[in-house]
Unconditional design. Sequence first.
Length: 243
Amino acid sequence: MRRKGTRLILGGLAALGLAGAVAVKVADFGHSNVPTPRPVPERPALMLVTTLPIVFPEEFTLDATGSKALAALETRYRVLPIGTTDTRSLGQARLLLMAHPLAQPAEDLVALDQWVRGGGRVLLLADPLLEWTSKRPLGDKLRPPPSFADTGLLSHWGLALKGPAETGPRQGWLAGFEILTASPGSLAGECAIRDRGFVARCTLGKGKATVVADADFLNVEELDGPTEHNLDALLTALAELER
């Protein structure tokens, strides 16, 4: 559903026949096209650090397949799962997706910061209250942590992450798409803040970091509500970082 302000602006412009201005306003309000799939030889590497069952389900079987999020990513990238953000691992590509990662050791956080400032691009999904269903018991090392474990990275980038004021589903905006989230948090700080703190866009040296205060939006298999644009938003957010 478009915002009320958008409808009023578009209605007035249409009445004046200003088609070009309409296009500008549509772009201003974030309505963009989904990035198109790339031919296999043209797909750049995308490093992935995550605790979420994106590449493999929790119950691994011979018939196991990846998630819908992985299928979407693989239309445009060669997904390279990595365990940590050490210098050697980060040397494999220019683009990184960190989807609710484990706390990184101090030396790897330093390597990540240096990699970004040297020209790397990272999309970090930092969820302060993860609601992704897991069959693994509490305390299991393979169970996704209940909240993003920030060991100083966000504050180093001039950001602060807060938990949700209220739990439950909420519509949010990411990369020009309205998406369904679950108990998202909020970000504040020195970067460009969007959608009441849902997204922060940071320019760090020669690189860029987009931080999103939710990771549950990737779980389109389980979210109860309209999720048709969730993965479109993911691909678009990554495409924006490539520019």
